[in-house]
Write a protein that binds this ligand. Structure first.
Ligand code: PMP
Length: 310
């Protein structure tokens, strides 16, 4: 994976700051990471207007505030403050391309896991991350031997950095065994999600996705896709527990998430899904999602924060 370009201005505790001046004490790296939480947000360039469309900004920021609250970090930022911060930051960097926006909240601490200073610092930075929508990107996936975290242990509902150690184990194993991505099961053997994305399967024309109590992050993309599928594509959508063997018997499957966008899964544990190509319903969802996030489709305007290049 090519190294990402970090745009030169970041937002740090209320101020636009040059990246090169944004330094912190290196001894804090480990301890501050334990309780840190973050978000990942994409902004897509609309090819017709040349404006950036930040996708579902407020939904991501609401989840960020909820994550901070659940790890009990305190701060003075409202949803509107963070919304304005992202808009100002993107404007300042003036990227003329698709970008990825990463809010990060952390507290400095002397010891691992101690709640010595609950005061959160918030930093937001912008990087490039090219979209793979409509690029023929597909996934050969596997069911991980690692189990997804559980709610009363390290809740997958919290977008906490520490949760991503579970993801790292699964990712590393999948890559080592020659797969693109892992699918994690709950301790009860039900399908949860991928290490950084949710998952949907198609069976008999119905879209089925693990419920929000199946050990998943409450994904903004999953929620958006469900609404698009129901309203724009008139597809039945079901949220429920999903068995492992349903993965193998699915007609189609795809991952969904901010980073992975909509990525068709064409095989699981080397069993082909359908004829091994992205399924028809998956492609309809992908095309619809593409047009909505870029603002080519005028509907769902409320999901897009439009930032003009000035
Ligand atoms: N699950 C996990 C574990 C993730 O890290 C992500 C990416 N944020 C998702 C699901 C998808 O969430 P969203 O659609 O809100 O990006």
């Amino acid at each position: 994976m090519a190294e990402s370009y970090i745009f030169p201005t970041i937002w740090w505790d209320g101020k636009l700051t040059p990246l090169e001046n944004a330094t912190m004490n290196v001894t804090q790296i480990g301890t501050a990471s334990v309780s840190s939480v973050f978000e990942g947000i994409r902004a897509y360039l609309n090819p017709n207007t040349n404006e950036l469309n930040v996708f579902q900004l407020d939904a991501h920021l609401k989840r960020f505030l909820q994550s901070l609250r659940l790890v009990r970090l305190e701060h003075d930022f409202s949803l509107q403050d963070l919304h304005d911060a992202v808009v100002a930051l993107v404007r300042e960097n003036n990227p003329e391309r698709d970008v990825y926006i990463r809010p990060f909240g952390y507290a400095e601490s002397r010891t691992f896991g101690a709640a010595t200073d609950p005061h959160a610092h918030v930093v937001i930075h912008v990087t490039d991350w090219d979209s793979k929508l409509k690029t023929d990107s597909v996934s050969h996936s596997c069911v991980s031997s690692w189990t997804r975290l559980t709610d009363n242990q390290m809740s997958p509902r919290v977008k906490a950095s520490a949760n991503y150690l579970n993801s790292r184990y699964a990712n590393e194993e999948a890559k080592r065994n020659g797969y693109d991505h892992a699918i994690l099961l709950t301790p009860q053997g039900k399908v949860a999600e991928g290490p950084g994305m949710c998952l949907m399967i198609v069976r008999n024309g119905k879209l089925i996705t693990p419920s929000i109590t199946s050990g998943i992050l409450e994904s903004v993309t999953r929620e958006s896709v469900m609404q698009l599928a129901r309203e724009a594509l008139e597809l039945p959508v079901i949220e429920r527990e999903v068995d492992r063997t349903e993965l193998y018997t699915a007609d189609e499957a795809f991952f969904c998430g901010t980073g992975i966008e909509i990525t068709p899964i064409v095989s699981i544990d080397r069993m082909k899904l359908g004829n091994g190509d992205p399924g028809e319903i998956t492609q309809r969802v992908l095309n619809c999602y593409h047009d909505v996030v870029r603002g080519i489709e005028p509907r769902y305007e409320e999901w897009r924060t439009v930032i003009s290049n000035e």
